[in-house]
Design a protein around this ligand. Sequence first.
Ligand code: GDP
Ligand code: MG
Length: 440
Amino acid sequence: SLQSRLGGVFDKLRGRGALTEGDVEEALKEVRTALIEADVELGVVEDFIKKVKPRAEGEAVIRSVTPAQQVVKIVHDTLIETLGSEGTGLQLGSPPAPILMVGLQGSGKTTTSAKLGLLLQTKEKKKVLMASLDVARPAAMEQLKILGEQAGVPTLPIIAGQTPLTIAKRALAAARVGGYDVLILDTAGRQHVDEQLMAEAAAVRDLTNPHETILVADSLTGQDAVNIAKSFHTRMPLSGIILTRADGDARGGAALSMRAVTGAPIKFLGMGEKLDALEPFYPERVAGRILDMGDVVSLVEKATETVDKEKAEALAKKLKKGAFDMNDLFDQLNQMKKMGGLQGLMGMLPGVGKIKDKLDEAGLDDKILTRQQAIIQSMTKKERSNPDLINGSRRKRIAAGCGMEVSDVNKLLKMHRTMSDAIKAMKKGGRANPFAAMMN
Ligand code: GDP
Ligand code: MG
């Protein structure tokens, strides 16, 4: 598995502080192989790796998991982000809202049309009409009719010898007259993308002007996925993708590839031949399938939580004793950065409106947090745990070490003092806000 392969790479890393560029690069070689094995298209793989790399580098190593597991979690999170949001359902225009189903032959257009019809009719209480524009194969129209009967969704009566455009016009008219909410148009497909297929679908699109143009694609499509999606998308902007045969042993690579090149959301997954086998798209599930490493991800999530909890508990213990040193202040500044910096933090505190205005006036921004941390980093270990040591000459040295003025160091020390006083007061039952000191 990916994990065992990465395990070898990372065994030598154990006990180090942060993931370095070289380590991450070595690990990502294995991730690359895993993605290609999951049938993600090569160009998409490269783009994806480029996105993950800077995120993994410099990440602090969590002690209770291996660095390999940690990289997997980062890869997993980036995968979910790239796969996009949860299936958002369909955007229907004013009735009769046309939904155009396009895709290659055998991709599952006709089946998926009937599935969508059933879903819209039962779950969203829409009045649905379906029409097949597939004049290429005589049995195709009959197939939609039979599926419609099974689903209890009406289909446009079949008239032999009409062109797709004529049928589309007739379908629109029938949908209007019949007071239908939705008109699902199932089109013909071909073995391969070709000009005639595109021209036919584009003409229907121009005639019906659908809010939804859905590309139906087989999730077993490998490296071809990108070409198929691109060709359709350039001829007629896709509003969504439905991947069929997700019940098979496809690893989900096509989902990543198609989403990456079109930016169109994946709306549903086809999970079988039965008409109720259509599920909303959940990026977590597909990411899990691509990586095949669900347990690792939840393990790392737990470990991360624990680290934060351990730190918070340690700080609480110290505060109880009334101690608050520079290391604590440093962590606190980190915490503030995570919470959206000064602006974000102040939004959460009551009664800081005035201070915020003052801050804005002074042109202070979140860079100040980083500058304050730089001052702390310029202190020795002893100074950090015992700030009372910091006399005049030490202040000069600290300022020089971080390229700032002694007055900056003084401000930080004053802020620290005010904060630890406030903490002591809080301990005695007062309600002083230690963060207020940071705003002066
Ligand atoms: P079309 O040529 O694009 O209209 O494809 P069809 O709708 O005729 O489907 C081709 C075959 O794929 C049929 O046998 C369907 O039952 C099957 N099929 C479609 N969607 C799925 C799915 O999600 N899972 C499985 N296992 N089979 C599917
Ligand atoms: Mg068909």
